[in-house]
Every structure is written in structure tokens, then in C-alpha cells.
Design a protein around this ligand. Structure first.
Ligand SMILES: COc1nc(N)nc2c1ncn2[C@H]1C[C@H](O)[C@@H](COP(=O)(O)OP(=O)(O)OP(=O)(O)O)O1
Length: 161
């Protein structure tokens, strides 16, 4: 995607990440287990064989916090690479402010609304403070982040369109 960046990955994992909005709040979930445990994040996961991005995003939203949305739209595409890991995470970011249901805690996530003026970036993935403001401003974006471990970004690029 970016001419200046040389990828060392050899395969791709396709993931979704959904940020639900309500007025000046966004819904995040505290990841309770697995990858990213202990961090607030949007809702999402791997796209299963035969699923579209949209179908996967809707499924993960319902599985992880019991919300349903038929109005998700893709606003961002981010490639996450971890130094030394051959798998590139192609992450499709979707959002909506139209949904049904009340967020409920699941085995995977504990959902909570946050004001956009009080987003807990200190307990989120390091890249979020760069791209989430773009989503909040209604921008579309593409990005690449190279991590070393979970707590260091070696390089990143972010473009709006
Ligand atoms: C590295 O930076 C990241 N930042 C953010 N904000 N989110 C990320 C980052 N890397 C991955 N993600 C997102 C993408 C997905 O929404 C989840 C990871 O999904 P997970 O590995 O839990 O996928 P599942 O299908 O739920 O996996 P299991 O079936 O193994 O539970 O994090």
C-alpha cells in the first residue's frame, strides 16, 4: 500500500474492528482474554471463510457485546505488523451510530460508553490515538503500523482520503 515500507510478512489475516457511536460517545470493550487482553478496543475479530467483511463485522459485534447493526460502513483499513511475525493483520474498521439492543458483557468483552473527550488511550493499543480521532472526525483513512511487541511502535503511516 505504501511505497516507502518494505513488508517482511508472508501471509495475511483479515480482521474487522467496529466502533459504535452514540452522540458524543463511543462504545469500547475491555478485552477479557486472548489477543489484546486488558485493553479497551472496538469489537471484531477474524473474517471466517465464506464471510464478507460486513457479515463478519456484524457477527463479531453481536457475539462480543450483543448489539446488532445493519448500518455498518467501512471507514478505515489498517495493516498491523509485529516485528518478527510473518502474519500481516489486515484490519477493516467499520462504524455506525445506528444499532439495536443494549451492550452486554460477554466472555470476551466488557462494553462501556466513553465520551469522545475522555477516551482511555492509555489503556488501548498504541496506534489508536493516531487513527481513532480520524474516525471520530468522520474521515476515511488507510494506515500501516509496525509494532515491536505490544508497547512500541517502530514506524507508522496514516493517510486520509
Ligand atoms: C496492533 O494494533 C491493533 N490495534 C487495535 N485497536 N486493534 C487491533 C490491533 N490488532 C488487532 N486488532 C483488533 C482486530 C480484531 O478486532 C481484534 C483481534 O481479534 P481476535 O484475534 O480476538 O479475533 P477473534 O476472531 O475474536 O479470535 P478468536 O477466534 O481466537 O477469539 O483486535
Amino acid at each position: 500500500m505504501y511505497s516507502g515500507v518494505v513488508r517482511s510478512t508472508t501471509s495475511r489475516k483479515v480482521l474487522t474492528l467496529v466502533i459504535i457511536r452514540k452522540g458524543s460517545d463511543i462504545l469500547l470493550g475491555m478485552k477479557k482474554r486472548g489477543f489484546g487482553a486488558g485493553k479497551w478496543n472496538g469489537f471484531g475479530g477474524k473474517v471466517e471463510p465464506g464471510e464478507t467483511i460486513l457479515e463478519a463485522a456484524k457477527r463479531e459485534l453481536q457475539e462480543e457485546c450483543h448489539l446488532r447493526s445493519d448500518s455498518l460502513r467501512e471507514v478505515g483499513l489498517i495493516e498491523f505488523e509485529f516485528k518478527g511475525d510473518p502474519v500481516l493483520e489486515e484490519t477493516h474498521v467499520l462504524t455506525s451510530d445506528v444499532f439495536e439492543g443494549e451492550p452486554k458483557e460477554t466472555e470476551e468483552m466488557r462494553p462501556q460508553w466513553f465520551s469522545i473527550d475522555n477516551i482511555p488511550y492509555h489503556q488501548m493499543w498504541l496506534g489508536d490515538k493516531y487513527w481513532l480521532p480520524l474516525l471520530i472526525q468522520g474521515e476515511q483513512f488507510k494506515g500501516y503500523f509496525l509494532f515491536e511487541g505490544e508497547e512500541k511502535i517502530l514506524n507508522y503511516e496514516l493517510k486520509t482520503s
